[in-house]
Design a protein around this ligand. Structure first.
Ligand SMILES: [Zn+2]
Length: 295
């Protein structure tokens, strides 16, 4: 009977040991699952983080797309691949005559004087001034080797300098207009009142950056004849040239050929004579490196 009890006890102990062994085996397995689960949690966290990062990237790229102003997508044909010249590094004295605000009936006379002197010049045209009666002057400019630049269509500060969009709209009008008449794509321009004027100061940086991005080159001037300011005289025009041209080997001379600028045409032969006496040759602006006012 005692032996039976002992056998029973031994059997019970064996069963108990068996259960303990089984439980011990299960323990690491369940921990393993728990680790695996925590790994899954970690992986999930990682995935979520990556997803969030991707979303953030998408958001930031969305933001950068949003940050590109709409006007960059306007007028897809309004681009040029002009490479500005670096010829001014040459030690030669070259003067660049420039005529703003044309064309007009005066433009034909200016072209005649330039032809007589075998001189190339640059005309910054105003689109609204182009009429049937002076369209031929544009063709003459091209055929006679002068350079055409854009000086806006309206030349009205309260229209062109409201916004970059309005400027581009105006610029594109005259750009297409000149192309239709001459077959030439203009690649240089001059702002009305120059690049550093008080009308455009709120949009100036964005505007110049956008024009630059589209490949257009801006030219201001470094010799102001003041032929369109107040009541100029032949004397004051020549005096202003003499004053500004000092130490300028590559002067850009501002003149005008609108219908009101009769005096500019009358004095032009004397201007050319003076520049020749001072030792200058002549050329058109697209053979000169760009020049803008410093501000
Ligand atoms: Zn002007």
């Amino acid at each position: 009977m005692r032996q039976k009890q002992l056998n029973g006890l031994a059997f019970f102990i064996l069963i108990a040991l068996f259960i303990i062994v089984i439980r011990l085996k299960e323990m690491p397995q369940s921990e393993g699952i728990s680790i695996q689960n925590s790994g899954q949690v970690q992986s999930l966290e990682l995935l979520t983080a990556m997803k969030n990062e991707t979303a953030e990237d998408e958001n930031s790229s969305q933001t950068s797309i949003d940050e590109v102003p709409d006007y960059t997508r306007m007028y897809p044909e309004l681009y040029t691949v002009y490479s500005a010249s670096l010829k001014t590094t040459l030690p030669k004295k070259v003067a660049y005559l420039t005529f703003d605000d044309g064309p007009s009936e005066n433009t034909f006379k200016v072209l005649d004087i330039l032809e007589e002197n075998d001189i190339k010049a640059t005309f910054f045209l105003v689109g609204s001034a182009i009429k049937k009666k002076n369209e031929d002057s544009l063709e003459r400019m091209v055929h006679e080797g002068h350079t055409i630049g854009i000086h806006t269509y309206s030349h009205k500060c309260n229209e062109i300098y409201c916004s970059v969009e309005r400027f581009l709209n105006d610029f594109n009008t005259v750009y297409q207009q000149i192309y239709d008449i001459t077959g030439e794509r203009v690649h240089i321009y001059r702002f009305p009142w120059g690049s550093n004027n008080s009308y455009s100061k709120n949009i100036k940086d964005a505007l110049m950056e956008e024009m630059d991005r589209r490949g257009f080159t801006c030219y201001d001037w470094n010799v102001d004849t003041k032929d369109s300011v107040g009541k100029p005289s032949a004397y004051s025009i020549l005096r202003n040239i003499r004053k500004d041209i000092k130490r300028q080997d590559h002067p850009i001379i501002l003149m005008h050929d609108a219908s009101v600028n009769d005096l500019s045409v009358q004095i032009l032969p004397d201007v050319i004579k003076l520049l020749k006496e001072l030792g200058y040759d002549f050329d058109s602006l697209d053979n000169r490196e760009p020049y803008q006012f410093r501000w």
